[in-house]
Design a protein around this ligand. Sequence first.
Ligand code: SF4
Ligand code: SF4
Length: 128
Amino acid sequence: MVIATPVTCLQCEDALCVMMCPTEALSRRDTDGTVIADPGRCIGCRTCVEVCPIGAPAVDPRLGTSQKCALCDGDPACVKVCGERALTFAGAEEESLYRRRAAVETYVEHQAFTAQTGGSSRGAGSPA
Ligand code: SF4
Ligand code: SF4
């Protein structure tokens, strides 16, 4: 059985993927703050995959480059096709986005704490 679930990029204010990318293939678009990938610069090293706290980016095995959500220029296709209306698009100004970012920060802090204390954090505090 295959279980598919969307993992949507939160367009983090202090995006670890942007900070850690060795080739500056990831950047924040000036116009709307969306974190975007430049396939021409990407070397497929998977650093962005490893550092993203929610596992949003993926490296396409055929192309060898990072693929990440760029919000379809403000009109996400996933939202349009979701028959159950489980997805909504929240603009950067909306409170819900900040709540989700806070959840990710809490998750990252929890992971760091359990790493320091040697405890198991599998699944605990994971953002929804
Ligand atoms: S890919 Fe991950 S770290 Fe980068 S902006 Fe999106 S959620 Fe944040
Ligand atoms: S896979 Fe590409 S975008 Fe991701 S960190 Fe490596 S070079 Fe940057």
